[in-house]
Design a protein around this ligand. Structure first.
Ligand code: GLY
Ligand code: MN
Ligand code: MN
Length: 430
């Protein structure tokens, strides 16, 4: 059984209803688990479930298949789970897998079959359906050559049933997963609270001479003892110049007196990600220059958050943040008015110091699925993470929180992690 407390099955019932409402009539959809990835010999990476089957069923187990067929002739075929059959051998070596009753308790799906029945039952339902929704990875930044279990299923299905009409499940799942249910937001708050404990621990631990990986270990200690399975993404802990390397994940330098350290660290809880960035002075006191840049980033963040409101859209939002950042960089004299007047609209002048996006969806994936050109709606959860990176000064600053959009403004899930200069210094010197 999972390490986390089981979440409410209402999440999955609601998400299935939302997904089902988007299907064309006479349609069936299939979702597969991730593989357990081999690393060599008989070793594997820890299992990480796919966000789509999780969002629709909560089944956090390998080799599971979810079939949704709302117009099925037989009631028992409308929602089906196929699971690896548990047996005494598996129970001894790996621990028992989900029983049919447990799978129902987790997901709210009554019809649970063993995987050995899949091809027979699938053949029967395929004879009644017209459209088949297959799941492909359509995340804009996805960049992998690895064939997934889902990819193999897609190939098998199209080969075995070439005359059906195939549809894309991905755009529908992007819609469903972009809006979080209240129980999902509660799980994300737990991930944020555990992450906060990690930051509290590190604020007290940091001093000149400490190594970046020692700080990584402090986070991990706090994450594991609070029922997280660990980092939501590879953590970035970079002192001085390392803070300017956007994907610095070596975390293998010693921290120097006078430097600022960038932490981009968050844990997962129940498969939900938390994604936070803070910058702390190694010796507990910001220099005047560090304060100047830090305050500029914090002002951009606060102004950006005011634009993260229902009705705005993500394309306009990113442009508006770019304009706010431009004003700050002009104020800091890092760019000049003539840089701005002559800028390439596709790579504006501010990009020299702030070269990444400001916000992304967050949820079961850290860079969660959702339409990048979409309108901002209540129930969406975004990061807000402006930064200014000045490698020639060995100084990189990014500040990042996780924010729930509501009708009445944002809920900041990570607000208890010190961010104001006075609060950071007070926490470090206590
Ligand atoms: N930690 C990855 C990000 O901030 O997007
Ligand atoms: Mn981050
Ligand atoms: Mn982020």
């Amino acid at each position: 059984m999972a390490r986390y407390h089981q979440l409410s099955k209402d999440i999955y019932i609601t998400n299935r209803e939302k997904f089902t409402a988007l299907l064309k009539p006479k349609s069936l959809a299939v979702f597969n688990s991730n593989d357990i990835y081999p690393t060599g010999a008989d070793s594997t990476l820890p299992f990480k479930q796919h966000g789509d089957i999780l969002a629709l069923s909560g089944v956090d187990q390998e080799e599971s298949i979810l079939v949704i067929f709302p117009d099925a002739y037989k009631e028992e075929h409308r929602e089906m789970l196929f699971l690896k059959e548990t047996n005494d051998h598996i129970a001894v070596w790996e621990g028992a897998k989900l029983s049919k009753q447990q799978a129902f308790d987790v997901s709210g799906i009554k019809n649970v079959f063993w995987l050995t029945d899949f091809e027979r039952i699938f053949k029967e339902v395929m004879s009644h359906t017209e459209n088949v929704y297959l799941n492909t990875n359509e995340h804009l930044r996805a960049n992998t050559t690895v064939q997934t279990r889902e990819d193999r299923f897609v190939n098998w299905c199209k080969e075995t049933y070439p005359a059906h009409t195939y549809q894309r499940a991905a755009p529908l799942m992007h819609q469903v997963r972009a809006i979080k249910t209240k129980d999902e937001i509660a799980a994300m708050q737990i991930a944020a609270d555990i992450t906060t404990k990690g930051y509290d621990r590190v604020l007290k631990f940091m001093k000149p001479g400490v190594w970046e990986f020692e700080l990584e270990a402090e986070f991990m200690h706090e994450f594991l003892r609070n029922r997280s399975r660990g980092f939501a993404y590879t953590p970035i802990i970079g002192g001085g110049y390392n803070a300017c390397v956007l994907h610095y994940i070596e975390n293998n330098d010693q921290l120097k007196d006078g430097d600022l350290v960038l932490f981009d660290v968050g844990c997962e809880y129940a498969n939900y990600s938390c994604d936070v960035t803070r910058c702390f002075p190694v010796n507990g006191k910001f220099t005047e220059r560090q304060k100047e840049i830090y305050s500029a980033v914090l002002r951009v963040k606060k102004a950006s958050e005011k634009l993260l409101v229902p009705g705005n859209n993500l394309v306009d939002y990113h442009k508006q943040v770019g304009e706010i950042m431009t004003q700050e960089l002009l104020g800091l004299k890092l760019i000049s008015q003539s840089d701005v007047d002559n800028q390439d609209p596709n790579w504006p002048a501010y990009k020299k110091y702030f070269m990444h996006g400001t916000s992304h969806y967050i949820g079961l994936d850290t860079h969660d699925v959702g339409l990048w050109t979409g309108v901002i709606e209540p129930g969406m959860v975004f990061t807000c993470e402006p930064g200014i990176y000045i490698p020639e000064e060995n100084l990189g600053i990014r500040l990042e929180d996780d924010l729930v959009v509501t009708e009445n403004g944002l809920i900041n899930l990570t607000k208890h992690i010190p961010i104001e200069i006075e609060d950071v210094e007070a926490a470090m010197n206590n």
